[in-house]
Structures are given as structure tokens and as C-alpha cells.
Design a protein around this ligand. Structure first.
Ligand SMILES: [Zn+2]
Length: 564
């Protein structure tokens, strides 16, 4: 998901400075008291342990940890060796690896989208008017004279009484839809979750829904504001080779053609259909909207694909539970990053220290702490480092589709992706706040550290859908994605906002994201201790934390737990 990985979210996150209350000093002692009460936590998880692991996973030696490279070989072997050194068990296949078969699709679309059917034909130009790609593992895909229809946001959300496909058979047709969801795009807080993006706003969902309706093609209209990123982001994401999970049916159940239209191209298309874009936009934001043909127009286009199949791997290890070993708590982080690439300032190794070397360092430190802890977990703990996150959460999605441990016995996923090396924080920001009871566990653990809980400051950017916990949420497993990063203990809100902005502008997905000995890793150690505490508590209970009412993931969980 190069798209999402360019994270305008973090820029927005860094920039949004909402007010929040700070706690009196008195409770500081409470925090140290709690730490005293749980010495085994602090002892094993420290800035020193984080530093040790972080330097190892983000060293030049790891060559930027890209799938299918020597960097993959070295970094995944290092993780497996560390899991073994810590005395953790291998997975059910007797190894510390879960093979993840992937296919790289490099597509070359036809130079134009040929639109015919209402007098003057319209030819939309590749890159300037549209981009297109496919998930079909085929050397060529073709869509010929496919009737064009407009289906609003392309959303079917029974819980909101919304069905943009109602009453129109779109089999074999090419559907044109708007980006994001009605609540966010129309700023109408009564629709969907208002400003907060729901999964229905994600482009992945729109392709999935169109495919479920048998459409031959799905084109999303790009509009910078509701998309939260410019056309250039769409362009770079769409024109680079796409890595996908290999599927039984070779992607035959997907739309043949997936893509985006620029807003200008969409307006030209609607005009050619004899329709007014603004009027239809308004209609699409109104409850009861119905899909409609685009003036009898048809689309013809094709994509030539080069396919490369290879197998990457997830790395996993288990600490078996004492009394209920058949129930599992997952800790996850992604090991992959961008490898060796374009040289910037004389450096071509994309070390990925923060993204996601910090998550890996926390994962290993937490595993070490559990091994050293006197109190052994009653439930089993699974430590999982996944591949292909940068290309679309591929390793975690594969795990969720091929779980080595039953999903309905998986209590929770505790995901760590990009922890801030800028010292201890007063907050714990929960991405996807309000989704599940896991945040109650996070709140209690934060309180022990004299930290307050904070909802995602930019829910409109849909960060909850952009890291590996989402793959687990998508199949119903309650998942937590949280870290400090809004109010620094030493520098307040402004300093950390500045540091995050600087990271996003100068280091994010660049060779400059490399280990810096001047970093203050005590904040990361605190986040890892908090995650340790949440897992330790869950591992000592019989509860299965639930999704909250209204969460779009509750249905999947109820189903997997055998409920309605
Ligand atoms: Zn990441």
C-alpha cells in the first residue's frame, strides 16, 4: 500500500495539537511505585535492551530488510536466532518461519481509456487522467465495451442503512466511485462516523465491494482533500510493481481492472455522459442514493502484466501458556522495509530504524521480559514479525488467512509500528480509539505509568487501516495499535510535534531513517513495558476482550466465535 505508506497521516498527526489535561506530579511516585510492584518488567525492558536490538535490526548489515533480498535472509535469520536464544518455541511447522508466497505484478496499462457511446468518443490519458492495475495473476487483462456506471461511494454498509449498489446489476460493468466515505467527505457528522474515516472509506474496501458485485472494473475518483494525499502519491503507488499474496484462484475473483481517475478526468467523463458531476456528487452524499448508468457510455482498456512469484516469510515464536496454552495473545511488528534503493545524500541503504526497527526491538525486549518474569503466562504468547507490510500488510494478511493458531482462540493482537525515539511521553495515543475493550487494558497500564489515554488526533486519515493490526481486526481479532507521541514529559506538545514533523519530512521512508546514538529510547521502553503489562494481564485472565457496539469488526468476531 505505497499509497498509504506515504502517510500524510503522520504529518497531520504531528501537526494537530488538540488540548488535553496534564496530571499533577504526585502521581509520578505512583508510577515508580507501580514499576516497583512489577520489577520484572522494567528490568528486562529498558532503553539499553531496546538500543541493543534496534542497532542490530537497523544496521547496514541488514541492507534495509527488503523482501526477496539478502536483507530478508539476514534479518529474518537474526530474529529467529534471537527467538531461539531467548528459549522460545518454534511454530507448529517446527520452524520459526511461516512461508508467505507472493507474486509481483508489474503492469503496463493501455495508453488510453477509450470511452464511447454518446456521440464524441473520449480518450483518457494514462498517468495524466488515470492509472490502472490488476490483482489478477494473468499476463494480460482486458475490459472491452464495458458499460460505465456511477455508484456514489461504492459502499454497502447495512449498519448505516447505506447501499450504493442497490437496484443495479453491475456484473461485467465498470463502476466509478468517490474516494473516502460519506461521513468524512461530506463533513456531515451524522453520516457514518463523521470526520473519522471508516473502513468503507479505504480504497482497498471499494475494490473488494465492487468485486463482490461482479464488476469488471472499479475506478476511484481522486480528490486531494477527501483522499488526504495528492495525485502524485496515487501515481507513484500505481506505477511501481505491486506485490500481492499468491491466491488459489490467481485473483480471478477480483475486478479485472482497478484504478483511479483524476477529478478533472471524472468531470470530463460525466460531461461526455451528459451529466453534471457536482449534482451527482451532492446526490451521492444523500441517504437513499441510487447507482446509475453513465449515459450509456462504455469503456475499453487493457493491462499487460509481468509476473514474478517468490516466497517471503513471517518469523514467529511461541511462549507456551501454563494452564490455557490453547489460547493465544499475539504481539506483532513488521520486519520489512525498503532495502537498498535510490541514493539520497550519499546513502542508499533504507535502514528503517524507526519504521519498524523500533517495533522489532520492542517485540524482542517484551519476549525477553516474559522469559525472565517470575509470573509465567497462563495463556500462550505468540511473537510475530511479518513481511510485506510496506507493500500492503501482506505478511499479516497472509497470517490472518492462514493462521497457525485458531483465530477464535486468539485473544488479541498487540501491534507495534513506529515508536518514537524522543524520550518519555505523558500520553498514550490509541489509533482506532473506541473500537474495542483492549483500550481499557491500555488505559490501566498507562495509569501505572502516570500517562493519559488520547484518541487518534487525525481519525480522518484512517490510520487504523494502515498497519498490521488491521489484518487481524479484518478477521475479527481485537487489536491494539498505540504509542506515546503527543506530549513529551520534558518538552511538552510542541517539541514532539516538531520532532515528528521533522522525521516525516526528512527521514520517513528515506535512508536517513537510521539509528542515532543521541536518541532517547526511554519512551520506547515505556511503550514496550506498557504492551508487556497489557499482554501479561490478558495472559492471566480468561476474558476475551470484545469489540465495542458499532465497531465494523464486531460482526467478523461474533461469526468466528460461532455467534450470529
Ligand atoms: Zn511501518
Amino acid at each position: 500500500m505505497a499509497l498509504s505508506r506515504l502517510l500524510p497521516a503522520s504529518i497531520l498527526l504531528a501537526l494537530s495539537l488538540a488540548g488535553c489535561q496534564s496530571k499533577p506530579a504526585a502521581t509520578e511516585t505512583a508510577a515508580t511505585a507501580a514499576q516497583a510492584a512489577a520489577p520484572d518488567t522494567a528490568a528486562a525492558i529498558s532503553a539499553a535492551s531496546i538500543s541493543k536490538y534496534l542497532q542490530a535490526v537497523s544496521s547496514d548489515e541488514m541492507l534495509g530488510r527488503k523482501p526477496f533480498t539478502l536483507g530478508e535472509q539476514r534479518s529474518t535469520q537474526y530474529l529467529a536466532d534471537e527467538f531461539k536464544r531467548l528459549g522460545l518455541q518454534p511454530g507448529p511447522n517446527g520452524t520459526y518461519f511461516q512461508p508467505v508466497p507472493l507474486v509481483e505484478i508489474t503492469g503496463t496499462p493501455s495508453p488510453t481509456l477509450q470511452i464511447k457511446g454518446n456521440g464524441q468518443p473520449l480518450n483518457l490519458q494514462y498517468k495524466t487522467d488515470f492509472v490502472a492495475f490488476t490483482q489478477r495473476e494473468q499476463a494480460e487483462v482486458k475490459v472491452t465495451n464495458s458499460p460505465l456506471v456511477f455508484a456514489g461511494y461504492g459502499v454497502v454498509a447495512p449498519e448505516y442503512g447505506w447501499d450504493d449498489y442497490a437496484g443495479l446489476d453491475v456484473k461485467g460493468k465498470t463502476v466509478v466511485v468517490l474516494v473516502n466515505d460519506p461521513g468524512n467527505a461530506s463533513q456531515d457528522s451524522t453520516l457514518f462516523k463523521g470526520r473519522a474515516m471508516t473502513y468503507y472509506g479505504r480504497w482497498t474496501y471499494k475494490y473488494e465491494e465492487a468485486a463482490r458485485h461482479g464488476a469488471a472494473g472499479l475506478l476511484i475518483i481522486h480528490d486531494t482533500q477527501p483522499a488526504a494525499y495528492p495525485w502524485s502519491v496515487v501515481l507513484s503507488g500505481a506505477t511501481s510493481p505491486k506485490l500481492r499474496a499468491q491466491t488459489q484462484n490467481k485473483g480471478a475473483d477480483k475486478c479485472a481492472l482497478e484504478g483511479w481517475l483524476t477529478l478533472d478526468a471524472a468531470k470530463k467523463l460525466f460531461q461526455t455522459a451528459g451529466l453534471n458531476y457536482d449534482q451527482l456528487y451532492t446526490a451521492a452524499n444523500t441517504k437513499g442514493f441510487r447507482p446509475r448508468p453513465l449515459g450509456g457510455l462504455t469503456l475499453t482498456a487493457g493491462i499487460q502484466n509481468k509476473l514474478r512469484r517468490q516466497t517471503s516469510r513471517n518469523v514467529l515464536a511461541v511462549l507456551p501458556g501454563t494452564t490455557r496454552p490453547q489460547e493465544y495473545i499475539l504481539y506483532s511488528a513488521h520486519w520489512d522495509h525498503f532495502g537498498v534503493g535510490k541514493t539520497i545524500a550519499g546513502d542508499s541503504i533504507y535502514n528503517g530504524a524507526v519504521d519498524d526497527g523500533t517495533g522489532l526491538a520492542a517485540l524482542l525486549s517484551i519476549a525477553e521480559a516474559f522469559q525472565k518474569a517470575k509470573q509465567k503466562p497462563q495463556r500462550s504468547l505468540v511473537f510475530l514479525a511479518v513481511t510485506g507490510e510496506e507493500q500492503g500488510l501482506l505478511g499479516s494478511a497472509y497470517y490472518a488467512q492462514h493462521p497457525p493458531f485458531p483465530l477464535n482462540k486468539t485473544v488479541a493482537d498487540l501491534n507495534m509500528d513506529m515508536l518514537w525515539p524522543y524520550g518519555p511521553m505523558k500520553d498514550l495515543t490509541v489509533i482506532g480509539y473506541g473500537q474495542s475493550e483492549l483500550e481499557d487494558y491500555a488505559r490501566a497500564a498507562a495509569k501505572e505509568q502516570n500517562r493519559y489515554l488520547l484518541p487518534d488526533q487525525t481519525p480522518e486519515t484512517g490510520m487504523f487501516y494502515r498497519s498490521d493490526h488491521f489484518s487481524f481486526a479484518h478477521v475479527g481479532v481485537p487489536s491494539l495499535y498505540a504509542s506515546g507521541g503527543f506530549e513529551s514529559r520534558s518538552g511538552g506538545k510542541a517539541s514532539i510535534a516538531q520532532q515528528r514533523q521533522n522525521y516525516t519530512a526528512t527521514m520517513y521512508h528515506k535512508p536517513a531513517d537510521q539509528f542515532d546514538p543521541s536518541w532517547d529510547l526511554t519512551g520506547i521502553a515505556q511503550d514496550a513495558q506498557l504492551y508487556f503489562r497489557v499482554g501479561q494481564r490478558l495472559a492471566g485472565e480468561t476474558t476475551f476482550p470484545q469489540w465495542r457496539e458499532g465497531s465494523e469488526f464486531k460482526g467478523a468476531r461474533d461469526k468466528s466465535m460461532g455467534g450470529k
